[in-house]
Design a protein around this ligand. Sequence first.
Ligand code: HEC
Length: 201
Amino acid sequence: MATDNAKKPPVEDYEYDTLTNERLIKDHDYDGIRELDNDLPTWWKWLFYITIVFSVVYMIRLWVFHSDDLVQEREFAIEMEEAAAKTPTDTKAAGEFQLVLLEDEASLASGKETWDKICAVCHLVDGGGLVGPNMTDNYWIHGDKLDQQFKIITNGVIEKGMIPYRDQLSEQKRLEVISYVMVKLQGTTPANPKEPQGDPY
Ligand code: HEC
């Protein structure tokens, strides 16, 4: 800086520091403390120009093209849609979880608990059936395979009155309760069995 200033002929409007020959702002004198009149650094000026260019591009995108990614509400909606698309809705996308019949007593006991508490309202505690079909016979509306029944518990059959338990019961709980049905209720003789529904397997 000092060398730059040294090359320039002193202009009347400026005063120069007697020791360093640096430019001082005229009339800025506070009890002998003087303020330097330095040029803005090149990097700072470029940063400033870039922000101007950026703001112009930004305003054009926001007001002229109405770009989606600049409006917070729309950006939020787009992200929510993407997240919803990624949420597993079937058993295949569910990672670690394995859909195999559980036969250990702890799982079956936990399954019975869910059955008695939630499912028995419509299917009865002994599985004889009420609003929902009989679970003890070998007739099934939606198939006798574990994955077919798991799907019914997960997605329900709303129009027929079977509730989806995707949100209410974890995958594990759904598997436990259907395992309980298959291992413990199938083949038993309930007090008041509902007439068979669906096809025999
Ligand atoms: C609000 C009454 C209701 C409740 C509660 C209910 N279900 Fe059902 N369920 C039904 C009805 C009605 C059907 C018959 C659906 C059809 O006709 O497609 C059914 C069908 C089913 C089927 C398919 C049967 C077949 O023949 O294919 C399974 C499996 C089943 N329910 C399991 C469960 C389990 C496990 C629970 C508890 C977590 C449960 N349900 C709770 C009413 C209910």
